[in-house]
Design a protein around this ligand. Structure first.
Ligand SMILES: *Cc1c(COP(=O)(O)O)cnc(C)c1O
Length: 228
């Protein structure tokens, strides 16, 4: 059981050291623990070690854990593909949705966000590699969608998210993340309050931090191999 503690410390250490090495404030990077397939008890253990934000990909599974952990003030992030018939549940039960990639989904999240809750934080998921198998919109489509989302009061656009195709080498990982960074910078010239770059997983964490990630989504390096 000590491995969870060691893993968390190791990931935090990597974030801290990488940030310092590239002249960034380590506190400007949020660690999101990606807990898909992990049992509620594993999340509880991580929470007791100080981890407060968790990312889930599958709605049914996430809702079960939310109910099992309803005594804890966890910050819940939805990071899986969003089907439009799932938007209500996401709008009602999450603080963030990272994987918004089309107008219809944004509109439905906005319409379903309860008035009793603050606006839902969202990121737009960008498909940087043009992979047909992955969700996400093309960089070119961003400005138009961003403009439309501006008019939606119940969702708050925070920035961009991406899951690039795996690359072995640091320099290649860094280059692809920098494209997302530049896209955010371009959007910021029109909309200064965008502040989030959700990028970096267990295999490309340092490159993501060097390229400006503000939320890193780490699963395996914290919880070990995923349960099936
Ligand atoms: C599973 C997943 C992660 C975490 O991946 P690891 O390689 O286990 O760190 C991050 N982001 C998304 C969208 C995921 O689906």
């Amino acid at each position: 059981m000590s491995t969870l503690k060691d893993n968390l410390n190791q990931v935090k250490q990597t974030i801290q050291q990488t940030a310092i090495d590239c002249g960034r404030d380590p506190n400007s990077i949020q660690l999101l623990a990606v807990s898909k397939t992990q049992a509620a008890d594993a999340l509880r253990a991580a929470y007791q070690l100080g981890q407060t934000a968790f990312g889930e990909n599958y709605l049914q599974e996430a809702r079960e854990k939310q109910q099992a952990l309803s005594d804890l003030p966890i910050e819940w992030h939805f990071i899986g593909p969003i089907q439009s018939n799932k938007t209500r549940v996401i709008a009602e039960h999450f603080h963030w949705a990272h994987s918004v990639d089309r107008l219809k989904v944004a509109q439905r999240l906005n319409d379903a966000r309860p008035a009793t809750l603050p606006p839902l934080n969202i990121c737009l998921q960008v498909n940087l590699d043009g992979e047909a198998s992955k969700s996400g919109l093309e960089l070119e489509a961003l400005p138009e969608l961003v403009e439309k989302i501006q008019t939606m009061p119940r969702i708050k656009l925070r920035g961009l998210m991406s899951i690039p195709a795996p690359r072995k080498h640091y320099e290649e990982q860094y280059q692809v993340f920098m494209r997302l960074n530049q896209a955010l910078n371009t959007l910021k010239t029109k909309q200064a309050d965008l502040d989030s770059l959700s990028m970096g997983m267990s295999a490309d964490l340092p490159a993501a931090i060097a390229a400006g990630a503000t939320i890193v989504r780490i699963g395996t390096a914290i919880f070990g191999k995923r349960k099936v």
